[in-house]
Design a protein around this ligand. Sequence first.
Ligand code: AP5
Ligand code: MG
Ligand code: ZN
Length: 216
Amino acid sequence: MNLILLGPPGSGKGTQAKRLVQRYEIPQISTGDILREAVKEGTPLGREAKRYMDEGKLVPDEVVVGIVRDRLKGLDCQKGFILDGFPRTIAQAEALDRILGEMGRGIDHVIDIEVDKEELLRRLTGRRTCKRCGAMYHVVFNPPKADGVCDRCGGELYQRDDDKEETIRERLRVYEGQTAPLVEYYEKKGLLRRIDGTGGIEEVEARILKAIGDKG
Ligand code: AP5
Ligand code: MG
Ligand code: ZN
């Protein structure tokens, strides 16, 4: 199964991708996670990407397209993959079509997770992520058992650099301007599945499974 998770910052792409990974045993490819890892390692890619990410702007298309092209060649992607946060521009979507076409593959479903702006702001300002295993929490909606400590691995929880209110607002603007046009792009191809992203995490997951024809 080859999936794309579309949706604004904070809509729950990462949260849902991690659940789908467990269910289908296919990898999550999050360009945001890959870029944050590069920033942490201080690689040339990370140094370039950081400038854009800290301002809530998109990293140039060529950079992310290169990352995804390499990643899709991984043996673990043969059974399928979940793209989380890619593509984010029409140019990226067109590049993805070419890459998959060359591989003789295609996309099965594009899941557009819809959440209103006030809720997105609440979710992002309260988000905490585990430094060690990447598990995601929310101080109110999905709190860890002990403050600042990951339930799964005991790792330290941190707040993302781009989760400051001002940067969040810029990310939402960028989404509207550059990424929202992908809804129409995939609708025309008959691949778009619109999902109400409000309600509990399990409720949203159930809607996704239904939309992609998983009868459990
Ligand atoms: P990226 O890391 O992709 O961030 P994003 O798109 O802004 O999305 P988020 O990760 O913030 O949100 P999410 O939808 O994953 O929500 P989550 O599950 O965490 O990108 C970051 C940056 O990298 C970009 O700004 C750009 O600079 C660069 N970049 C990345 N990809 C790029 C690309 N393709 N091209 C160019 N640049 C790129 O959930 C959020 C919170 O809500 C959590 O606290 C969670 O616990 C909570 N939550 C989740 N579901 C629910 C629910 N149902 N109810 C209540 N709370 C919930
Ligand atoms: Mg994410
Ligand atoms: Zn952890």
